[in-house]
Design a binder for this molecule. Structure first.
Ligand code: NDP
Ligand code: GDP
Length: 324
């Protein structure tokens, strides 16, 4: 029988790709939709993938457990993917309390609603490599100690441990994916990769002449969101719930990402990138590098998109969007 999935954060980057994946597997796909005064832009990512009409939306908010209870009672999901979050690290210093309630307590609202109403529902928590923060090992795996460096990372670490705790305390099928940065043409424009590819496209089309960035030396393990949502789904198909690092195993600096993106359109990053203190952070995560061996061994998952392919796809998508 076809399964039913509920995705919180369905209007975000990962939610859109995950909805596409689950629809291709014949799932009935439902999503939480938080009311916005700008309702016309909410479905943009699902629309980009041509699936806006194929998913069912439910008016709810992660900070309101009553709304989550009502949606679970209506949808009766086999699987819940908790992707909803205040997901931008820099904003988490400006809105630490909101970040804690959405990205931390929001996950507990979902776990608690599952425990009370539907303990057989399988649960996926969107954990993050930001939890490693000030890294304690050069390659981070499931056993590397955490050291969060932002209100975002601290909130996510709370949600991560609550997922582990509900699994151990109540026997829920609850798994966390510790995902390293993943990008796509649907990445929010404020994140560095998309800011760069959008800027490159603007400069190439004569709409701008430079990009202002912060720390060019920061290094991230960047993969493609389309590959990573596959790992989320695989985690919930296992007999036993568990936590997995999802990463490419390659790390690249912001500076080198710029070089790749500008080279794609025949330009030099050094001619167009300016450093602006406003984009520096109160505490930085200097470098992240994931060890995805467990995901490969147990889930049979590995990243298939190279960084070069990712950069090319993002720059081309921004060129197309801005040329319209
Ligand atoms: P996005 O920022 O693109 O999407 C976040 C989603 O959360 C949006 O759908 C947003 O809705 C929703 N949301 C925000 N606040 C609430 C709320 N109060 N109630 C209900 N929904 C809410 O994130 P990504 O798709 O990139 O990431 C998905 C998840 O994975 C997030 O939890 C993120 O923190 C985590 N993660 C992401 C990584 C990455 O590199 N992308 C790496 C590791 C973890 P709206 O459209 O209304 O704003
Ligand atoms: P994060 O890893 O979730 O914080 O993802 P981001 O894409 O926001 O940032 C990745 C890295 O790029 C961080 O180390 C930032 O400090 C660095 N960075 C450098 N310049 C910028 C910028 O202009 N915007 C953003 N968002 N990050 C920048």
């Amino acid at each position: 029988m076809a399964k039913t999935a509920l995705i919180t954060g369905i209007t975000g980057q990962d939610g859109a790709y995950l909805a596409q994946l689950l629809l291709s597997k014949n799932y009935s796909v439902h999503g939480l939709l938080r009311r916005s005064a700008s309702a016309d832009v909410i479905g943009a990512r699902l629309n980009f993938l041509g699936i806006l009409g194929d998913v069912e939306m439910h008016d709810a908010n992660l900070t309101d457990i009553t709304s989550i209870i009502r949606v679970i009672q209506t949808v009766k999901p086999d699987e819940i993917y908790n992707l909803g979050a205040q997901s931008f690290v820099k904003t988490s210093w400006q809105q630490p309390v909101l970040t804690g309630s959405v990205s931390g307590l929001g996950a507990v609202n979902v776990l608690e609603a599952i425990r009370l109403l539907s303990p057989q529902t399988r649960f996926y928590q969107a954990s993050t490599s930001e939890m490693y923060g000030l890294i304690q090992e050069p390659r981070q795996s499931e056993t590397t100690p955490f050291y969060p460096r932002s209100p975002y990372a601290a909130a996510k670490l709370y949600a991560h441990w609550m997922t582990v705790n509900y699994r151990e305390s109540f026997g829920l099928h609850a798994s966390s994916g510790i995902l390293f940065n993943h990008e796509s043409p649907l990445r929010g424009i404020e994140f560095v990769t998309r800011k760069i590819t959008d800027g490159v496209a603007r400069i190439k089309l004569g709409l701008a002449d430079h990009i202002s960035l912060g720390n060019l030396d920061a290094k991230r393990d960047w993969g493609h969101a389309r590959d990573y949502v596959e790992a989320m789904w695989l985690m919930l198909q296992q007999d036993t719930p568990d936590d997995y690092v999802v990463a490419t195993g390659r790390t690249t600096s912001v500076r080198d990402f710029c070089d790749l993106a500008f080279a794609h359109v025949g330009l030099k990053a050094a001619d167009h990138v300016r450093v602006d203190e406003r984009f520096m952070r109160p505490a930085e995560v200097d470098v992240l590098l994931g060890n995805p061996d467990k995901a490969k061994a147990k889930l049979g998952w590995q990243a298939t998109t190279t960084l070069e392919q990712l950069v090319a796809e993002m720059v081309e998508a921004d060129l197309k969007r801005l040329s319209r």
